[in-house]
Design a protein around this ligand. Structure first.
Ligand code: XMP
Length: 326
């Protein structure tokens, strides 16, 4: 529509005026907000922008590829992908406590990002110009919530992978500051971003690590990633992925139960389906998914994933239950 087009034109002009011929960096998370912010800034300043995507190994099936291939194809953005999965897994070894997991992931993210930033600064220095701007996908509701202040980097940890350091010597570029989520999606579509990115449901920065109750290991991540992919596939096939707010799939990695699968007795793990309806994630209700859909999901998961022999449904609202299990 012309309104979305004019938002894009307006923001592109504003970004050009702000950044001039200097450089900017942007941390991509795979989520809608950072993707649309990056695409807008890229439209304005092209390869004066470098995006950094830290692959912590905790993403869902296909998500990293979506950023690496589809997002880059749609925008032509200059992207650095850092494969840091080993590093994150090593740091998470032996840790079961949810808040500790978050802290570790946030800390490692900052370290990796700072390393990339230092390399970029060194390159820019050699080229004789500055990396002076940090792009953020801050939305209007975030601005209101945090008192409307701007200036230095100040990211709510909830909306990003642990938050970025506060002493960053960057000026912020926040082209989504006046927009609501639905407008951000429209702008994303206007900029030609893939539907899978524009319509992605909320996914926590710490990723699958906080959906494994217990220690996070590579094997457990692989199991959960497969189960999650089946659930998303079936929700999409049923046309319900845009009806519900999100549907975490949780692996109870330290719980085992007896089952029969194939020709034998098994002693496997349960997963929990946590489909919720919500307006803003502050409160939520469990989604009344059709029984047939639940049956299909359950059959597929237990047929296709040897480690899982039980599928359960979480029927708790928020409050008292949070959306995520950790
Ligand atoms: P809860 O579990 O608190 O989740 O009801 C509310 C919303 O926030 C998401 N969430 C997170 N997002 N980092 C994030 O970026 C986190 O540590 C985190 N924990 C929960 C959750 O997916 C839901 O949308």
């Amino acid at each position: 529509s012309w309104t979305t087009g004019s938002i894009v034109a307006e923001q592109v002009a504003a970004i050009k005026a702000q950044v001039g011929n200097r450089r900017a960096i942007c941390a991509l998370s795979g989520g809608v907000d950072s993707a649309v912010a990056a695409a807008l800034v890229n439209r304005a300043i092209g390869d004066q922008l470098t995006c950094v995507y830290v692959d912590h190994g905790l993403m869902r099936k296909g998500e990293t590829e979506q950023v690496e291939k589809d997002f880059v194809a749609a925008t032509g953005v200059r992207l650095r992908v850092v494969d840091a999965a080993d590093r994150f897994l090593a740091a998470l070894a032996g840790v079961a406590d949810p808040e500790q997991k978050r802290k570790i992931i946030g800390r490692e993210f900052i370290r990796v990002f700072e390393q990339e930033q230092a390399e970029l600064l060194a390159e820019a220095g050699a080229a004789g110009d500055d990396v002076a701007f940090l792009v953020q996908g801050t939305l209007y509701p975030d601005v209101v919530e945090s008192g409307g202040g701007t200036g230095t980097a100040n990211i709510k940890s909830h909306h990003n992978v642990g938050g970025l350091p506060e002493d960053l010597a960057f000026e912020l570029v926040e082209p989504l500051r006046t927009l609501f989520k639905d407008e951000v999606r429209m702008v994303g579509r206007e900029l030609g971003l893939p539907e899978e990115i524009v319509h992605r449901q909320p996914f926590p920065g710490p990723g699958l690590a906080i959906r494994i109750v217990g220690e996070v290991t590579r094997e457990r991540l692989d199991v959960l990633r497969e189960a999650d992919a089946i659930v998303r596939e079936e929700l999409t096939a049923a046309g319900l992925d845009r009806e519900i707010w999100q549907c975490p799939v949780v692996l109870l990695a330290d719980v085992r139960s007896v089952g029969v699968q194939g020709d034998g007795r098994t002693y496997g793990h349960p997963v929990v389906l946590r489909p919720v309806s919500s307006e803003d994630a502050m409160t939520a209700d469990w989604s009344r998914l059709p029984y047939d859909l639940l049956a299909t999901i359950s059959t597929r998961i237990t047929n296709e994933i040897a480690e899982i022999n039980r599928v359960t449904l979480d029927v708790t609202s928020k409050p008292p239950g949070t959306i995520e299990w950790e």
